[in-house]
Write a protein that binds this ligand. Sequence first.
Ligand code: C5P
Length: 245
Amino acid sequence: MTESVSAARPPQGANGAPLPDVIAVDGPAASGKGTIAAGVARALELHYLDSGSLYRLVALKALRTGVAFDDEPALAILAAGLDVRFDDGAITLDGADATAAIRQEDVSAGASRVAVHGSVRRALIERQRAFRRPPGLVADGRDMGTVVFPDARIKVFVTASAEERARRRHKQLIAKGISITMDGLLRDIRERDARDTGRAAAPLKPAPDAVLLDTTNLTIDEAIARVLALYRAAVDRTNAEDPKA
Ligand code: C5P
């Protein structure tokens, strides 16, 4: 892990008041970023945004309404009009629970296909920024540190080998009673990686000031502890530079 975190002053809103801190956690599919980000949010009692769920909701809504994944204008309208509620981990779409539905494999693949469209991404950006409320936010996704919250207090880019990610995913699905081959999972993960890193709009890549966190040989608790340590160090550095910040 590299240790160069910028200790920027807390960003200010339009009225000059400091904006709540953001911890941006980006990384590829099944890298563990969601579990890490949720654990950090719990430990620090901050809000949590799983930005991938928004792309999943657009894909689910498209599947339900017969909109093709390459119909960018229609998808952007769906994204702008999503009727969604987030309550403590439960997600409601059009008034009905969609928490499990958005995790299905066809929705996962669809999410990375709707996410290539610039107008879909733009339609979702303010919805994501609205999660930034006191006392602060931990946001996970692909472009939290590069596009949505470029002024995040710390940016972490979580990686793990594709084989390790497929193995973790396999274990999760088997525990849920879903049978799937490792070969199929590895292929899906590689396809999603290629789409996420190769797209023109907000491609998956570490922000220049992100800390790389390779979790291939780390437990979730170890990874969470590293992010907490980085955050505390960044806050301490700012306080030492400007005790009034
Ligand atoms: O993180 P998760 O796997 O739930 O995200 C589903 C898909 O949504 C990803 O494969 C990616 O293509 C897209 N996504 C994105 N930008 C984000 C979060 C997710 O493009 N910030």
